[in-house]
Every structure is written in structure tokens, then in C-alpha cells.
Design a protein around this ligand. Structure first.
Ligand SMILES: [Zn+2]
Length: 65
């Protein structure tokens, strides 16, 4: 009789980089590189904050008023 000693289950293969699909690197999880992490950060920021394009709505804020 062998006791089913639960072996320490490893988390299997790490999920691929959500940006490019390459294997993720622990240092940059869940990304494969700092560049992909930066890409995701930019996406996140652009989704959360409006990108300052320098354009303002017409008549929205007229400094000469
Ligand atoms: Zn990547």
C-alpha cells in the first residue's frame, strides 16, 4: 500500500507572453521580455488614460477667451 503522497505540483508550462505569444520569462512574467511588458503597460495606460495628442476639442477650452 502506497500512500498517495501529493507530489508538489508544478504549475506546468508558464502561460505564453500575451503580447507576442513567446514563452514568458520569470523576470518579466507574464511577459517574455521588458519590451513586451512595456507594450502591455502602454496599452493599459492608453486604455485608462486618454493619450495627450495635443488636440483639444473645438471651443472646449479657449485660452484667449
Ligand atoms: Zn513577448
Amino acid at each position: 500500500m502506497v500512500e498517495p503522497d501529493d507530489p508538489p505540483r508544478k504549475e506546468g508550462p508558464p502561460p505564453p507572453c500575451p503580447i507576442c505569444g513567446k514563452p514568458a520569462v520569470p523576470a518579466f512574467r507574464p511577459f517574455c521580455s521588458g519590451r513586451c511588458a512595456d507594450v502591455d503597460l502602454q496599452r493599459w495606460l492608453s486604455g485608462r488614460y486618454a493619450i495627450p495628442t495635443g488636440e483639444q476639442g473645438p471651443g472646449d477650452d479657449d485660452p484667449e477667451a
